[in-house]
Design a protein around this ligand. Structure first.
Ligand SMILES: Nc1ncnc2c1ncn2[C@@H]1O[C@H](COP(=O)(O)OP(=O)(O)OP(=O)(O)O)[C@@H](O)[C@H]1O
Ligand SMILES: O=P(O)(O)OC[C@H]1O[C@H](OP(=O)(O)OP(=O)(O)O)[C@H](O)[C@@H]1O
Ligand SMILES: [Mg+2]
Length: 280
């Protein structure tokens, strides 16, 4: 059985379980369940703290896991990112009291609070900045006001928490994070290829829609240029031989722009449908 670690709580937990359900796996009904066996798919899910997931995978105790890229890199374990999963996006950035800092170089000799000390120390070493790192468990934004640090490095999603604490970001993002599937470097446990193909199927189904439309035969090349699809659009004959039907996958976020362009070109009966599942 493939042994998979899944976040049990926090920002990534619900989305990770939703994605696995969409990929056809059984997921727990009760958030207190710690293990969930899916014998039909020969897979076992272990619900763990996302910060610990990298440790279990890195030590080889579990085959693969879903965690944040920031948490994975912070843990500095012997594992690799196998697939970005398109949810749980955040940035890891420096912030300080409004108007105090403008660049990372100004952090020389200062105290920096963070929950991601591995990530921060690696970044400071790379940038050649000598600063003191103060490791805190959470609510890092309060550390400056309370006097244990001069600035912070923390997860920023909307920026609302920083604003409420009278702080602002400075410098470039240290890291752009999202949920990722991680695995042991160079190992290919049985069933991993199927899990990856299924997760990729969910990603594609979420990113694309199916577009159908009718167009006059002489315009089909122009229309196909707007909707090239993944390989090539399907062109089917219609009863009226002057017209053809076209079917193609298009990126969900450009659907309306493409529909407008197709309509202007002369396409009619333009229909959009969602893709429930796919293998590409
Ligand atoms: N708004 C957010 N706050 C915290 N983490 C977020 C946010 N959005 C995305 N993430 C990502 O979620 C992961 C952190 O999840 P984790 O469960 O450890 O923390 P959490 O959601 O802050 O929960 P808690 O602090 O209650 O333990 C990181 O990979 C982080 O980048
Ligand atoms: O940019 P925002 O949308 O405001 O989100 C970012 C904030 O959310 C998280 O805190 P969380 O609520 O998890 O508390 P914690 O600091 O105790 O982990 C994170 O550590 C930031 O503080
Ligand atoms: Mg948190």
């Amino acid at each position: 059985m493939l042994r998979v670690a899944v976040p049990n709580k926090g920002s990534l937990s619900e989305s990770a379980s939703a994605m696995l359900s969409e990929a056809g796996y059984r997921q727990r009904r009760d958030t207190r369940e710690l293990v969930m066996v899916d014998p039909e798919n020969e897979i076992e899910f272990f619900f763990l703290r996302p910060r610990d997931i990298a440790v279990y995978v890195g030590s080889g105790t579990l085959d693969v896991g879903i965690t944040g890229r920031d948490l994975f890199l912070d843990a500095q374990v012997d594992a690799e990112e196998l697939l970005p999963l398109g949810f749980g996006a955040s940035t890891f950035r420096f912030a300080g009291p409004v108007g105090h800092f403008a660049s990372v170089a100004e952090l020389e000799g200062r105290r920096l609070a963070t929950s991601y000390d591995g990530l921060l120390r690696a970044f400071l070493a790379e940038e050649g900045v000598a600063a003191t790192v103060v490791r805190l468990d959470g609510a890092v934004e309060s550390s400056v006001r309370l006097g244990v640090a001069d600035a912070i490095a923390d997860v920023v999603e909307t920026g609302n928490t920083l604003k409420a604490a009278g702080m602002e970001i400075f410098g470039d993002p240290i890291l752009r994070s999202e949920a990722v599937l991680i695995g042991r470097r160079g190992s290919a446990p049985a069933g991993l290829d199927i899990l990856m193909r299924r997760l990729q199927g969910v990603l594609v189904a979420r990113q694309y829609v199916l577009l159908d439309y009718d167009i006059r035969k002489e315009l089909v090349d122009q229309a196909a240029a707007l909707t090239p699809g993944l390989e090539s659009p399907t062109i089917s004959p219609l009863r009226d031989s002057e017209w053809v039907a076209v079917r193609s996958m298009v990126k969900r976020n450009s659907t309306n722009r493409i529909m407008d362009e197709l309509y202007d070109l002369g396409a009619r009966a333009i229909l959009v449908s969602t893709i429930h599942a796919c293998r590409i």
